[in-house]
Design a protein around this ligand. Structure first.
Ligand SMILES: NC(=O)c1ccc[n+]([C@@H]2O[C@H](COP(=O)([O-])OP(=O)(O)OC[C@H]3O[C@@H](n4cnc5c(N)ncnc54)[C@H](OP(=O)(O)O)[C@@H]3O)[C@@H](O)[C@H]2O)c1
Length: 321
């Protein structure tokens, strides 16, 4: 069964119900090895496209630009029009350069050119600000982003800002420029901070939500246990920040609820966790990450899982925002 198509927020563009994230393409982990090299990246993109996926998420700084290059090389053999490509700008791209970061006109314009060059395309479907830049006036970056849309380099704007900045998104969307039509916050069964403010803001401003880390970086697959060291090769083994933020007693309590529901349905915690987002009214399309083709196949099969209303409620109530 292939992926279904949904509207990209309230825009006219259609995307597959699950997006594919390429953050780990070309990325060196704490041990200095590249997590996903170009051959594996192309296998993953092939498998995603074969399943009916068309919505690819990248950023200018993923793998220091390698992610976009891998995607560009892959797209060169295909019809670019078959895909909806999203990228992002904000994080530092040039060390020792005070202008090598953020949302200044200078950095935005340089990065926009580099993004199109690496992807080998004339436009991206969606460009996010990766974070809010308090050092640049909102009028400067909104006007510059608006120019990208007018010039045809970008179709839609998105914001990948964090929950406390919801009011800033409102401020930007009240300006006389192209508004943010999509938001990419972190959202999954253990990271619920967007529920009180960010989701209502998006609802009120017709902003579609594209959650990142829908599996909590792999935590919600059930591959980690309370009292055991993470297995070699996992994000838990190679990423201290991941261990600190995810491997907590409170999160393991949530995981028990996920595992109960998975047992009831004869399926896996990963599929249940994604099925919860797929059933969620506020969500447009979660962005899954996968390091292997097997992981990708499991995650895409989440579309076959149907949660009852009771199971959805129990999962929702396993943790509060
Ligand atoms: N806007 C932002 O600031 C932001 C931030 C983060 C991510 N993102 C986007 O969101 C995408 C997804 O983020 P994410 O990678 O954190 O997503 P995720 O789906 O929560 O985690 C993906 C990781 O979990 C593990 N995993 C996935 N499926 C599995 C399975 N079926 N069985 C066992 N392990 C599995 C793999 O890690 P291991 O096998 O290595 O353990 C995989 O790399 C990124 O690629 C990026 O496009 C955006």
């Amino acid at each position: 069964m292939g992926l279904e198509t949904v509207s990209l927020g309230t825009t006219g563009t259609k995307v597959s119900e699950i997006a594919f994230g390429t953050w780990r393409f070309g990325r060196e982990n704490d041990e200095g090895t590249v997590e996903i090299g170009e051959d594996r990246a192309h296998e993953l993109l092939d498998a995603y496209a074969e399943a009916g996926g068309n919505f690819i998420d990248t950023a200018d700084m993923y793998g220091g630009g390698e992610s976009e290059k891998y995607i560009g090389n892959w797209l060169a053999e295909r019809d670019r029009e078959d895909f909806v490509i999203a990228s992002k700008i904000y994080w530092p791209t040039r060390t020792d350069d005070p202008n090598g970061r953020g949302l200044s006109r200078k950095h935005l314009r340089r990065q926009m050119d580099l993004i199109l060059d690496r992807l080998g395309t004339d436009y991206v479907d969606l460009l996010y600000i990766h974070r809010w830049d308090d050092d640049t006036p909102a009028d400067e970056f909104m006007r510059t982003l608006d120019g990208f849309v007018r010039d045809g380099k970008v179709n839609y704007l998105g914001t990948s800002t964090l929950d406390p900045n919801a009011w800033k998104v409102v401020k930007a969307n009240e300006m006389e420029y192209e508004p943010f039509r999509l938001a990419q916050p972190r959202y999954n069964l253990v990271n619920r901070e967007i529920e009180p403010n960010y989701i209502p803001m998006c609802d009120d401003y017709d902003i579609g939500i594209i959650p990142w880390s829908p599996l909590g970086g792999g935590f919600l697959t059930g591959k980690y246990s309370r009292n055991e060291e993470p297995a070699d090769g996992t994000r838990g083994a190679t990423d201290q920040q991941f261990r600190d933020s995810y491997l907590t007693e409170e999160n393991f309590d949530v995981l028990e609820v996920v595992e109960d529901v998975a047992d009831e349905l004869g399926t896996t915690p990963a599929k249940v966790s994604l099925a919860w987002l797929l059933k969620h009214d506020a969500v447009t399309a979660p962005i899954i990450g996968a390091r292997t083709v097997e992981q990708l196949a499991e995650n895409l099969a989440a579309t076959e899982v149907s949660l009852s209303d009771d199971q959805f409620e129990r999962l929702t109530n396993a943790k509060s925002a």
